[in-house]
Design a protein around this ligand. Structure first.
Ligand code: SF4
Length: 488
């Protein structure tokens, strides 16, 4: 058996595919890793939940990860379970040529082994395929009677009715064809990865587009710290990564060095450059005035929060279906909110309350209303009798984001981040966000709310969620006040 330090896990291998330096850091300098964002942690959590549920399709398996303390123990236990012809094994652990894999579900069917890798998504991305092919490579070389490996994904056409039908919720696809073609490739790649580790030298790789593809690298903070000073070109909005890297590689690293007249650049770049050099905002008074004139009084700001469980829980809903559970309003004087419990499908009630509240206003301010429009369109699809009222509501939406997106107002402090949180906290004095920092986090809180048994804690979660949503409406409303103030 291998020493576990020399083993190359699936995660390590996928880093190797992205960047040899990231792989080296992962194996030798893990402390350099950036803090994992809450959104990323929540995505992992969702993946585990879907993986656990998929195990129920093949019940009664023995979970190697729960019965071993480290990878060496997991490898030994798996061997024992294989020798005993255990019909279903979860997290079966194998190693070949130093590659270490843990198979979500391994089944012995008619004397042959079939492996299943579960993903909490609809589509099979290139990374998922590589991950599955690596597992196939190891299994093909180490497991006698291995037959095939399947990627198991969620079925986007599945509609929940009364109880979960696991066979319909998931769908599977063999990766045999791609894997068989790539066996030599993995041999070569794993040998290269082992060679890099044996060198004990940090690979000499500079920053580039690969730092973002397929994911933003976990060592971004370490490698990019010198490239992201206040006057760095990477703070510029509107310029794509290819162009920025081209400049960077030509030693154009600060905003003052760029030629704003260079062919192919957007016309706004000159203004943006000046804004950075003078540390003053771009203010297009005429355009802002035109925008403000589209607002009709009485006016309220609105923000919605959605719940999109990977595993549907309400009758008539599909995996990841976006269900609005909270809408908040701020009309300049007071806040109001509609919060749905969803003990059953209460979407129609939500739509009726939404119509009822907004009918008193002639303009509804939103900040990046893409989600709100999507929700309203979905409600229209489901409830034809509410179509006219919902269309009327949609026509009242005024998107404050447009002012910032069109650079009618831009402050260099925004850099490349146009989120409501960043813009409002930079421009307004009295906006304080609660502990919830993103829509995904709010969704997770809502899941906790639904399962929390303690009434006091339940109420606290609800208050946090409403406070988060209300802060967005307050910020949206006050941004309009701010814009009105600067064009007076
Ligand atoms: S930040 Fe970029 S260069 Fe640094 S390890 Fe990650 S991918 Fe490689």
């Amino acid at each position: 058996m291998n020493n576990s330090n020399n083993l190359i896990s699936k995660t390590a291998y996928l880093k190797f595919e992205q960047c040899k330096k990231a792989f080296y850091f992962y194996k030798k300098h893990p402390y350099l890793r950036d803090k994992i964002s809450i959104d990323k942690q929540l995505t992992f959590k969702r993946g585990h939940e879907v993986g656990d549920l998929a195990q129920s399709i093949f019940p009664g398996g023995i979970d190697v990860s729960k019965n071993s303390k480290n990878s060496i123990e997991a490898l030994h236990l798996t061997q024992t379970l294989i020798s005993n012809k255990t019909p279903v094994i979860y997290e079966a652990t194998f190693s070949f040529n130093s590659a270490l894999i843990m198979v979500d579900i391994l089944c012995l069917e008619d004397g042959e082994y079939k492996a299943y890798e579960v993903k909490s998504s609809f589509k099979i991305s290139e990374v998922y395929l590589k991950d599955a092919c690596l597992q196939y490579y190891v299994l093909k070389n180490i497991l006698v009677n291995f037959n095939d490996l399947f990627l198991v994904t969620l079925n986007q056409d599945y509609v929940f009715q009364d109880e979960l039908n696991l066979k319909q919720l998931f769908k599977k696809r063999s990766v045999k064809t791609e894997s068989e073609k790539n066996l030599e490739y993995f041999d070569l790649q794993i040998n290269n990865a082992k060679f890099i580790l044996s060198q004990n030298i940090i690979p000499n790789i500079t920053i580039g587009k690969h730092c973002f593809k397929p994911y933003q690298c976990d060592y971004f903070g370490n490698c990019w710290k010198d490239a992201t000073n206040e006057d760095s070109i990477f703070n510029l909005p509107l310029i794509n990564k290819e162009k920025l890297m081209e400049w960077y590689n030509c030693n154009i690293k600060t905003i003052s060095q760029i030629n704003e007249n260079e062919e192919g650049l957007k016309s706004n770049i000159s203004k943006i450059k000046n804004a950075f050099l003078s540390n003053n905002a771009i203010i297009e008074k005429k355009e802002i005035t035109d925008f403000l004139s589209t607002i009709k009084f009485p006016v309220t700001a609105m923000d919605m929060e959605i719940w999109g469980p990977a595993i549907p829980k309400l009758n008539g809903t599909k995996p990841f279906e976006q269900i609005p559970y909270l809408v908040s309003f701020f009309n300049g004087e007071s806040h109001s909110s509609v919060f749905m419990e969803y003990n059953d499908d209460e979407r129609k009630e939500f739509a009726e309350k939404l119509i009822n509240y907004t009918k008193h206003y002639n303009s509804i301010l939103v900040f990046d209303g893409t989600l709100e429009k999507l929700i309203i369109n979905n409600l229209i699809k489901h409830y034809n009798d509410l179509k006219s009222d919902l269309e009327t509501l949609k026509n009242k939406l005024v998107d404050v984001f447009d002012v910032f997106l069109n650079f009618n107002y831009y402050h260099p402090d925004f850099k490349t981040n146009f989120s409501l949180k960043i813009i409002s906290t930079k421009l307004l004095n009295d906006i304080n966000y609660s502990k919830i920092t993103s829509g995904l986090e709010a969704m997770n809180y809502y899941e906790q709310y639904r399962t929390e048994k303690n009434d006091v804690l339940k109420q606290l979660i609800k208050e946090d969620l409403i406070s988060y949503c209300e802060t967005d409406t307050l910020a949206t409303f006050k941004l309009v006040d701010f814009l009105s103030g600067i064009v007076k």
